[in-house]
Design a protein around this ligand. Structure first.
Ligand code: UDP
Length: 350
């Protein structure tokens, strides 16, 4: 199959590209390289199986005409849409940028899909969208673990910018179906994505880094003075927030499974998590175990918009598509991130 991957030079997108190539698909990455890394594409081309089946176009997803031309030339049937801005705090500061990049950018892609239906190959049939658990906002305790039918009330522009795309897809898919078009969409709501490719080829390289596991590892490596825990007075067993950490390889696997099994003429939503949560303290202890180094810990103030506990009920995707997270051991997940960061201390610039 020919797959267009937006944001394929980024953390999650590059792992999905690796998996698609391994499964024999042809891939074209569209990435504006604002936060993605061309080195990730180079590494995938050089060392991963099927690197010669990987195309790259430096483009913004807002360039609808150029995207439509790629769909036509490469006979694209599936779009996996990862390209997005993803920092909650930044989204509060720059909401218009988030709605422009995430919401309007996705609309541009949906428009390109719509135009492609008149192409000789029939155009795009599947749209797999990177959504987020942030669309659920702060769910009341009785909704945790979170099922897909939990009410979606995002509490920041990032979550809102993604929820609007889910809504646009529902409407675009049903309108297409009314016109007899075989177009379907899947909204994959990620929980906390972690880890790196087990072979060490690609991994997580964010600037600035805000995520707990890489920050804790940087603290263990001595690249930061320590880890500040954002609040230890939450209503959880050890007072720190609980999250569901899903391995990036499992996430990539879920995308390919969804692409193969999703149906035309409907929009589906699936939670992607392992179905159990770990507290910030548990994560910090796991990083100490894996790295064998102590992490100096300071207790700081709560971070705005952090719900006490967020973890998935992943039963729906297991039941409907047979997907299950293979990586369920926190230490093993962290070990892949540790390997990546040890061998690439400056990320892709190493
Ligand atoms: N966290 C923390 N210190 C840090 C970074 C994160 O205590 O330096 C906490 C954060 O408050 C949250 C959890 O770790 O409860 C996971 O945060 P992360 O930013 O990795 O992901 P999020 O849950 O915000 O998507």
């Amino acid at each position: 199959m020919s797959v267009l991957v937006t944001g394929g030079a980024g953390y999650i997108g590059s792992h999905a590209v690796q998996r698609l190539l391994a499964e024999g698909h042809d891939v074209v990455v569209v990435d504006n390289l604002f936060r993605g890394h061309l080195a990730a594409i180079d590494r995938l081309r050089q060392r991963a199986k099927g690197g010669d089946r990987l195309g790259f176009e430096r483009l913004d997803i807002g360039q609808t005409d150029a995207i439509e031309a790629i769909i036509r030339e490469r006979r694209i049937e599936t779009i996996m849409h990862f390209a997005a801005w993803t920092y909650v705090g930044e989204s509060v500061e720059k909401p218009v940028d988030y709605y422009t990049n995430n919401t309007a950018g996705s609309l541009s892609l949906i428009r390109a899909c719509e135009r492609s239906w008149s192409h000789s190959h029939g155009g795009v049939k599947r749209f797999v969208f990177s959504s987020t658990a942030a669309t659920y906002g702060e769910p009341p305790a009785e909704h945790v673990p979170i099922r897909e039918n939990c009410p979606q009330h995002p509490i920041n522009p990032y979550g809102a910018s993604k929820l609007m795309v889910e809504r646009m897809l529902i409407d675009a898919v049903s309108a297409a179906a009314r016109h007899g078009r075989n177009f379907g969409a899947a909204c994959l709501r990620y929980f906390n994505v972690a880890g790196a490719d087990r072979t060490g080829l690609i991994g997580e390289d964010h600037d600035p880094e805000t995520h707990l596991i890489p920050i804790a590892i940087q603290a263990a490596l001595g690249k930061r003075p320590g880890l500040t825990i954002f609040g230890d007075d939450y209503p959880t067993p050890d007072g720190t927030c609980i999250r569901d950490y899903v391995h990036v390889e499992d996430l990539a696997d879920a995308h390919v499974t969804v692409m193969q099994k999703m149906r035309a003429r409907e929009t589906v939503a699936y939670n992607l998590g392992i179905g159990r949560g770990y507290s910030v303290r548990e994560v910090a202890s796991a990083v100490e175990r894996v790295t064998g180094k102590p992490i100096p810990i300071t207790i700081g103030k709560r971070r705005a918009g952090d719900p006490p506990a967020l973890f998935a009920d992943p039963a729906k995707i297991r039941r409907e598509l047979g997907w299950n997270a293979g990586w369920t051991d926190l230490d093993r997940i962290i070990a892949t991130a540790w390997d990546w960061m040890r061998h690439n201390p400056d990320g892709y610039k190493s």
